[in-house]
Design a binder for this molecule. Sequence first.
Ligand code: PAF
Length: 285
Amino acid sequence: MDDHRLTIVSNIQVLREEIAELRAQKKTVAFVPTMGALHEGHLSLIDFAKEHADMVVCSIYVNPTQFAPEEDLDTYPRPLVDDIRALEGRLTDFVFTPTDNEMYPDGYTTKISVSGVTSPLCGKSRPYHFDGVSTIVTKLLMMVQPDIAVFGEKDYQQLLVIRRCVTDLNIPIEILGAPIIRDEDGLALSSRNQFLSTKDRETAPLLYQTLTKLSEEIKETGGDLSELIASSTSQLNKAGFHVDYLELRDTKSLAPIIELYEDQSARLFIAAKLGKTRLIDNIAV
Ligand code: PAF
C-alpha cells in the first residue's frame, strides 16, 4: 500500500522545524514556489523537482506585492482544495500555505530589487512586478532553505531575475529552469487561461504559432529583423490580440538583438492581451 503523506504547513516556525528534521535525516530538498491554481505545468515542476532531490516542498501563496493595484489580485483563482489533491496525486511531501500576516509582518518596509534583467519586456509594463517576485522568492528561499528550487521557463524573465538575485545575494541554492508545458494546440499552460472566453481560447494558440513561424523566418532570413517582427505583431493585432511586446533578446542578459549572428543564443519573447487576459510565451531561436 502507498504510505505517501502530504504534510500541509502554514506556519513559518513549523515549516523550519519540519525542514530541520529532514536535514537531520540527510535528505536533500527541492522547492517549487507557486501561486496555486495548479495545472499540468506546475505539476511537471513537481515531477522535475522529484528527479533532483529526496523531498519536495511546494508553496502556494498569492503574493500581493507582485500585483499592481489595477491588476487581478482579487480575482486570481485560489482553488486550494483542488490544489492539495493535485499535489497529493504527484507525491509532493510538503505544501506551505502561509497567510499574508505571516509573510508580511506588520509594518514591513524591506524589498529586494534586482536591476538590469528586470528592465525590459514585462518590467516595462509591470514596473513593480519583479520587486515583488524577488522579495517573496528570497523570503521563501530563506524559510525553506532547499538545495534546489525549480521555476518554469514560461516565466523566462522571472527565472533570470531569480538567478541574478540568488547569485548577487550569495544564496547557496541551485536554481533550475523546467520546460514550458503546452496544450495540444500549443497554448502554454497558465492559471490565467481559464479566464479566456470560448472565442478567445480558439484564437489563443495563434500566439505560439506566430512564435514558431517567426523563429523559423529569423533563422532563414538573418539580417535586420525589425520588419519580420513588425509584420508578425500586426498580424496578431489584426487577429484580436493587443501585443505588448514581441522581441528577440539574448538568452542570458536579455540584451536586444537586431541582427542574429551564428552561435548567438537568442529567444523570442511575447506578451499580449486577449480580451482581459494577459498571455506571455517565449521560444528559443
Ligand atoms: O511564478 C509564480 O507563480 C510566482 O511569481 C512565484 C515565483 C511563485 C512568486 O510569487
